[in-house]
Design a protein around this ligand. Structure first.
Ligand code: HEC
Ligand code: HEC
Ligand code: HEC
Ligand code: HEC
Ligand code: HEC
Ligand code: HEC
Ligand code: HEC
Length: 326
């Protein structure tokens, strides 16, 4: 009897283990809309129809004679990036609604393009409220809109990218495309405003170019967020932006609720604030997450100070004595 019970137990344990292992790895992912394989294939074929012209391959071998190739050249889409994007499962015609089936396309086809708000109204309304308080709202509210920063054909949400380097690359490319380019900045800037040089403004930050690769502009230029909350679209000006090194380089790093929020705990610890490079270059208090070491360093610092003072005092006294001797 006993051994049968054991066997049943083993089988149940095995089933339980298999159930756990087969859980989706990224539990935070929202379920994608259910599409049958036939629907997926239909969308793929339809999109390939558009891409037969709107891609490098299409430009080189146009499926039709008499196309305005010069115009087409500026309108190419990379099929591979589209397949990796948030919108990969959407038909092009979900957003480019009418007038694109025929060639040349209808003259007013553009007017039928869906906006982000059409499909993401809840999030978009919140984001619009935040944008209204942003540095960009004052003079640029009719020049900057969602697709200025989000290319709907290539973007991938941070919670799916996960890898901080990929997230930083995607998001900083957006800000730097204007703030590190004379040409593009001038297109948007009001009253011929000069572009502040991005490395000069941040010259208090050691190795700015490395920081642009490791951390996002929005980390310092948006208000604090609670854990789990999405980063605000309110871009802060120079008076409100984060300047404290320890907001990132410390045990309680703000990056935990920002750039590193999609990582598991030990990955968070490995990156950033236990940064050995900083420790070997310049010591940032708190960066080791080791209170004892901090205290020792503070004591060493105090000892050096006392030593310097004593040394200075000694020299003054020596000088006074020398003067008296004379
Ligand atoms: C036979 C080639 C061809 C196919 C197929 C094609 N296009 Fe185009 N498309 C062009 C050319 C050429 C232009 C530029 C000239 C023009 O506007 O007609 C263009 C322009 C566009 C533009 C920008 C023009 C505007 O109105 O701002 C969009 C958006 C566009 N196409 C979307 C699509 C979509 C979506 C599909 C698939 C449903 C599609 N195209 C299929 C050739 C094609
Ligand atoms: C989620 C919505 C969405 C989907 C899906 C989508 N587009 Fe677009 N597309 C847009 C928006 C919005 C713009 C306008 C961008 C802007 O104003 O800067 C645009 C612009 C374009 C343009 C004009 C030139 C440009 O590069 O800005 C072309 C061409 C184009 N899309 C082709 C396609 C093709 C081909 C597909 C399918 C493979 C597709 N789009 C899928 C939303 C979408
Ligand atoms: C035609 C409707 C439609 C339009 C217009 C549209 N989206 Fe989407 N978007 C979707 C759908 C559907 C998904 C989910 C796709 C999936 O899970 O496969 C999605 C996914 C996303 C995601 C990932 C969200 C998540 O929680 O995983 C982001 C971010 C996003 N869209 C931003 C935008 C932005 C920015 C625009 C405007 C430039 C835009 N979308 C326009 C339909 C749309
Ligand atoms: C000035 C550039 C800029 C503009 C304009 C902008 N965004 Fe964003 N958006 C970003 C950046 C950078 C992030 C990445 C923040 C993050 O990882 O949470 C982001 C993140 C998002 C996300 C993902 C949030 C999440 O759930 O994690 C969505 C959805 C989104 N934006 C939609 C929009 C919509 C809709 C608009 C227009 C109303 C818009 N954005 C305008 C820069 C911009
Ligand atoms: C499409 C171009 C463009 C993009 C993209 C863009 N900016 Fe800007 N930004 C500007 C312009 C132009 C100004 C000057 C606005 C003014 O003077 O009213 C500005 C102003 C600012 C300012 C205030 C500086 C000042 O002179 O008042 C900050 C801070 C800023 N941007 C940060 C960002 C960040 C962070 C991002 C990315 C999330 C970003 N910007 C994306 C064009 C852009
Ligand atoms: C480590 C935090 C931090 C990061 C990362 C950061 N900034 Fe800043 N930024 C600041 C602070 C603080 C100031 C104000 C500097 C001052 O007043 O001396 C500032 C100033 C600016 C200004 C000038 C604002 C004005 O009103 O004149 C712009 C524009 C700007 N940043 C854009 C960016 C862009 C674009 C990125 C990403 C490439 C970025 N910042 C990354 C903290 C940061
Ligand atoms: C918004 C967060 C943030 C802020 C604020 C910040 N840093 Fe960093 N810093 C980082 C990240 C992330 C890295 C890269 C860590 C890595 O790659 O291991 C880094 C790297 C460094 C490095 C290593 C550079 C090298 O040469 O290898 C130094 C030194 C440094 N930071 C010092 C500072 C100082 C000093 C300040 C304040 C003036 C500061 N940081 C503010 C996030 C930040």
């Amino acid at each position: 009897m006993r051994s049968l019970f054991d066997k049943v137990l083993v089988v149940f344990a095995g089933l339980f283990f298999m159930a756990i292992v087969s859980l989706p790895a990224t539990a935070q992912d929202k379920p994608a809309p259910q599409l049958s394989p036939e629907q997926v294939e239909k969308i793929r074929l339809a999109n390939n129809g558009c891409l037969s012209c709107h891609s490098q391959a299409g430009l080189e071998h146009p499926p039709k004679a008499g196309l305005d190739l010069k115009k087409l050249q500026g309108l190419l889409k990379d099929p591979e990036s589209f397949k990796g994007s948030d919108h990969q499962r959407l038909a092009c015609t979900k957003c480019h609604n009418e007038g694109y089936e025929d060639h040349p396309h209808d003259a007013d086809a553009k007017d039928s393009t869906s906006t982000c708000t059409d499909c993401h109204s809840k999030k978009a309304n919140l984001i619009e409220d935040q944008f209204d308080k942003s540095v960009h709202a004052k003079n640029l509210s009719d020049k900057i809109s969602c697709p200025t920063c989000h290319n709907p054909h290539v973007m991938r949400i941070a919670s799916k990218l996960i890898d901080p380097h990929k997230i930083v690359a995607q998001d900083n490319r957006v800000c730097l495309s204007c703030h590190d380019s004379e040409e593009k900045f001038a297109k948007f800037a009001p009253d011929k405003k000069e572009r502040p040089l991005i490395d000069d403004i941040h010259n208090w930050l050691p190795n700015t170019r490395l920081h642009w690769k490791a951390v996002r502009c929005v980390e310092c230029h948006t208000p604090a967020v609670a854990p789990g909350e999405m980063i605000s679209h309110e871009i802060l000006n120079k008076d409100k932006a984060e300047k404290k090194c320890l907001s990132c380089h410390s045990a309680d790093s703000s990056l935990k609720t920002r750039l590193y929020r999609h990582l598991v705990k030990d990955e968070q610890q490995r990156l950033g604030f236990t940064n050995s490079v900083i420790l070997s270059n310049t010591y940032v208090l708190g960066a080791t997450r080791n209170p004892l070491l901090d205290t020792l360093i503070m004591m060493a610092f105090a000892a050096i100070l006392v030593g310097l003072l004593a040394h200075g005092l000694g020299r003054i006294i020596a000088r006074i004595l020398q003067k008296r001797k004379k």
